[in-house]
Each structure stands twice: as structure tokens, then as C-alpha cells.
Design a protein around this ligand. Structure first.
Ligand SMILES: Cc1cc2nc3c(=O)[nH]c(=O)nc-3n(C[C@H](O)[C@H](O)[C@H](O)COP(=O)(O)OP(=O)(O)OC[C@H]3O[C@@H](n4cnc5c(N)ncnc54)[C@H](O)[C@@H]3O)c2cc1C
Length: 470
């Protein structure tokens, strides 16, 4: 199993419950993933969640249950947990697969360099989805998930006076979490129109816990008196060496930022979130089929049992579509059970009812909180799109105009966009959409696959490669 977030933990424990020998690999310091991010290390029992989530206590109960089951399986030798270990590549072998490993940054290099497996369940989660805008590279402008991760992992509030912006329900726990940590949250700017949720009532009624969660978050917003602006985006972040102010614009009916600008001064933190981008590189390395999800993300195509079209490979969690921790957990259980059944273990498969309802809710969420259709119109020619390689929007335009490059992959080759340290994890979605928009179309599967395919899923040193005899 790759990934020890809600999906991977559930998959590992379910498969081990059925007697299957499991190796659980995770890049993080301790199991839990993004939602159950832990402050301690693997030897410490989990504590209640933090970060403004009203459902944290429930989530924590589930984590404690998984954690203690994992501990039992580890003691019995059924699960080997390799935390702080990244899988940088996965290859096929006559007996199944080989997963090539490297210590995550800051971890000792004493672990194995590879692990062989007959079956793999990939639960890599996702990363913050970012859209560039003028000033987004100033210190003080952060991804909303990153702000939340800092709060959860170390109790650190990333600023003193904050604006939270972007779209989707995730902005609310970030804002409430910051307020609970003593930050003055000046506004939450939501690009969508939350009243549109009325059109998705059946999807909401299918998952009543989400409505309860939403109500808890709204109560948190009211308690902390956090202003909530809808159909509003941050158009520009301002400051010399660091963020000091932001410019807000209302969106018109087509999703274009209007010229009416409102300035908010004395801001030292801007947390921006446009949803999440699923991490699918390991599945793509194996050639698994993919599709474009409702939110425009590239996801792995799976069947009713979370199985990909590559025999022996299952995917669960955000990699099959962003939908939250509960959905990841449910998919992980199913994938773990299905992989165990394939290995000959007894025990039926969990029903898919919960997954279907959560998927329907997730689709509604993506429809109600889309990335604004004309977001590229807030870019200026000197807005940096790829921060690692410092490629500006103007450079992308120029490549398109003068070199007639028409797809994201070619733009990448010409401009070096997405070729730096993050390998397009930060700019890949935006670069694909931007290039497609220049062609007058939406980014399709080929665009997203072109820029999301990575021969290395994690940085690996030349020394490590040199040590591999074969
Ligand atoms: C930065 C961030 C913060 C978030 N915070 C919250 C939050 O506070 N509340 C909330 O409801 N949702 C949050 N989310 C959304 C969250 O991802 C999901 O709700 C939920 O955690 C998804 O579960 P998962 O198991 O699919 O993935 P994750 O929880 O993301 O777990 C995936 C795991 O796979 C590991 N991994 C990935 N690639 C590799 C590799 N190559 N080798 C080894 N290990 C690998 C990762 O280290 C991670 O531990 C956050 C997302 C992000 C990106």
C-alpha cells in the first residue's frame, strides 16, 4: 500500500484483517495523511484533530481505531510500516511489481531501496491546487492546505491578520482554525455562490453528516465574526518584500473579475485554495487509464472494486477524485478488501452505497465551486506561473504565439514550465488550462496527463541511483 492517509490506512488494516501480509509505505513522518496529520511520530498515540474541523473528534475516533489495529498487525508481523519513505518509481516484474524507495527529506537513509509486491493499492492523496495571480509569489501568500497543515502539524499560525480565498468548503475550516489560533481573519473570499447548493439538495440529503459538518463550520464563522464574501476573488497580492495588502474583485456572471477593486490593508497572510489536485503519478507510471473528473482534475479510472485497468493495481482516495477523508476511508476499505480477495483471502467486499453517496456529494461540490471560467484574465504578462523555473504568463503566451506550441507538454519543453523542483505539482493544472485556453478550449485528458506524468514520483539522489546495481 502506498500512502497512509485515510485511504491507505483503511486499505492496509482491512487487508491485514483478512490475513494478507502488507507493507505500508508513506512519505510522511507518521501515518495519518493530510486529514489526520499528526503532531507526534509513530510511537505516540494520535490526539484529537485540530484546525477548525467540527467533525475532528469523530475523525479522531476512527484514526485511533485504525491506529490500534495497525499496532496489533505490526506486532503480529502482518504489517510492515515504512514511514518517512517515498516511492519514487514503480515498475512491473515477473512476480508483480517493484516499488523503488528513497528516504523522505530529513529521514535517515537506512531503509530498504526497494520492495517487491504481488499487488499494489495506491493511495497517494493530493496536493493543493493553485492558480497563479499577480503577487502570489510574495512571502505571506500560502496554499490553504499548507496553512492548515502547519496548524495541524505544529500548532503554528502562519500570520497575524489573514484573508482566506479561493473556492470550496475547505476554506471554512482553514478560516475557523486560524481564528481559533488567535489570527484575525479579515475575510473569506469565496468565488462561488453557496446559495447554488439549493440545486444539489438530493446529493446533500444523501450525506447528512456533511450538512452537520457545514453547519458546525458556519457556527464557527459566526462565533469568530469572520466576514464571508461570495463571488469574490483576490486579484492581486501587494507588498515589497512580503505581503502587506490584497486587492479583491467581484466576479461577473461569467466568472470574469470585474474592475471594481476593494483593497484590504495590513494583511500578512493570504491563504488561497482552489481545491486539490490528485497525485496519480505512480498509477500513470504503470500506464493505468485515467479520466477528467468534474473539477477538471486528472484522476485514475477505477471499476466498482477500485481496480484499475492494470491487473494487480487498485487506487483509493483522492487519486480517484477529490471527495474528502470519509470517502477516502470508504474507498480504502473496499480496495483493501478487493486486493485481499484477489490474493485468495476470504471475506466479502464492503457495499459501495456510502462511496456512491459521497461521490455524488463530491460531484455536487465541484459543480458548486468551480474554478472561475476566466481566471486567466487576472494574469498580467509578468505574473510568474511556474515558480520553480520562473516562467511568466508572458513567456507562455510568447511560446504559443511565436513557436506555435499548442499543448501543455510542448509548452513545457519550450519554456521549462513544470520542470523544476515540484515537477509541475504546483503549476501543472494552471499551465495545462492556460495553454488549452490559448487554443480556445478546455484542458483535456491528454493535456493533464502530459504534464502530470512524472518518471520520478519523488526526488532521488544520483548516489542512490548509482547504488542500484541493476
Ligand atoms: C496540504 C493539504 C491539507 C489538507 N488538509 C485537510 C484538512 O485539514 N481537512 C480535510 O478535511 N481535508 C484536508 N485535505 C484534503 C485531504 O487530502 C483529504 O480529505 C484526505 O486526507 C484524503 O485522504 P487520502 O488518504 O486520499 O490522501 P492523504 O490524506 O493525502 O494521504 C496520502 C498519503 O500518501 C503519501 N504519499 C503520496 N505520494 C507518495 C509516494 N510517492 N510515496 C510514499 N508516500 C506517498 C502522502 O505522504 C500522504 O501521507 C488536505 C489536503 C492537502 C493537500
Amino acid at each position: 500500500m502506498v500512502g497512509a492517509g485515510p485511504a491507505g490506512l483503511a486499505a492496509a488494516v482491512t487487508a491485514a484483517d483478512r490475513g494478507v501480509e502488507v507493507v505500508l509505505l508513506d512519505a510522511g513522518r507518521a501515518p495519518g495523511g493530510q486529514y489526520w496529520r499528526q503532531r507526534g511520530d509513530v510511537t505516540h498515540p494520535p490526539t484529537a484533530g485540530a484546525g477548525g474541523e467540527p467533525h475532528a473528534e469523530h475523525g479522531s475516533r476512527r484514526l485511533r481505531a485504525l491506529w490500534s489495529r495497525l499496532a496489533e498487525h505490526r506486532a503480529a508481523g502482518r504489517v510492515t510500516l515504512l514511514s518517512g519513505t517515498s516511492v519514487w518509481q514503480i515498475t512491473r516484474s515477473p512476480d508483480g511489481f517493484v516499488l523503488w524507495l528513497t528516504p523522505s527529506p530529513g529521514r535517515p537513509a537506512d531503509g530498504p531501496a526497494r520492495v517487491a509486491a504481488e499487488r499494489v493499492v495506491l493511495c497517494q492523496g493530493g496536493a493543493d491546487r493553485q492558480l497563479p495571480f499577480p503577487g502570489w509569489d510574495l512571502p505571506g501568500v500560502m496554499a490553504a492546505g499548507g496553512v492548515q497543515a502547519l496548524l495541524k502539524a505544529s500548532g503554528t499560525a502562519a500570520g497575524r491578520r489573514a484573508v482566506v480565498a479561493g473556492t470550496g468548503p475547505f476554506l471554512l475550516p482553514v478560516a475557523v482554525g486560524l481564528a481559533e489560533a488567535g489570527v484575525e481573519v479579515l475575510a473569506v473570499c469565496e468565488a462561488g455562490r453557496p446559495t447554488d447548493w439549493a440545486r444539489s439538495l438530493p446529493a446533500v440529503l444523501g450525506v447528512p453528516s456533511k450538512a452537520v459538518e457545514g453547519a458546525g463550520l458556519v457556527a464557527g464563522m459566526v462565533r469568530h465574526r469572520i466576514p464571508y464574501r461570495t463571488r469574490t476573488v483576490v486579484r492581486r497580492a501587494l507588498g515589497e518584500d512580503a505581503l502587506t495588502a490584497v486587492e479583491l474583485s467581484p466576479l461577473d456572471a461569467d466568472g470574469r473579475p470585474r474592475d471594481l477593486v476593494r483593497r484590504v490593508e495590513d494583511v500578512d497572510l493570504l491563504a488561497v485554495g482552489w481545491g486539490f489536485t490528485p497525485s496519480v503519478e505512480l498509477a500513470l507510471q504503470l500506464g493505468a487509464a485515467s479520466r477528467v473528473d468534474v473539477d477538471g482534475s486528472l484522476v485514475v479510472a477505477v471499476d466498482e472494486q477500485q481496480r484499475t485497468d492494470v491487473p494487480g493495481v487498485w487506487v483509493a482516495g483522492e487519486g480517484t477524485g477529490v471527495g474528502g477523508a470519509v470517502l477516502s476511508d470508504l474507498e480504502g476499505r473496499l480496495a483493501g478488501a478487493a486486493a485481499a480477495a484477489d490474493a485468495g483471502a476470504s471475506g466479502g467486499l464492503p457495499r459501495r452505497g456510502g462511496i456512491t453517496r459521497h461521490r455524488r456529494f463530491a460531484a455536487a461540490m465541484h459543480r458548486r465551486h468551480p474554478v472561475p471560467a476566466h481566471w486567466d484574465e487576472w494574469l498580467t504578462e509578468d505574473t510568474v506561473v511556474c515558480r520553480c523555473e520562473e516562467v511568466t504568463a508572458g513567456r507562455v503566451l510568447e511560446a504559443h504565439r511565436s513557436l506555435v506550441v499548442q499543448d501543455a507538454r510542448s509548452v513545457k519543453q519550450v519554456t521549462r514550465i513544470g520542470m523544476g523542483w515540484c515537477q509541475g505539482r504546483v503549476c501543472g493544472f494552471a499551465a495545462s488550462c492556460l495553454t488549452a485556453a490559448l487554443e480556445g478550449r478546455r484542458a483535456d485528458e491528454a493535456d493533464l496527463r502530459g504534464i502530470g506524468s512524472r518518471p520520478l514520483a519523488a526526488p532521488v539522489t544520483l548516489a542512490e541511483l548509482a547504488r542500484l546495481e541493476d
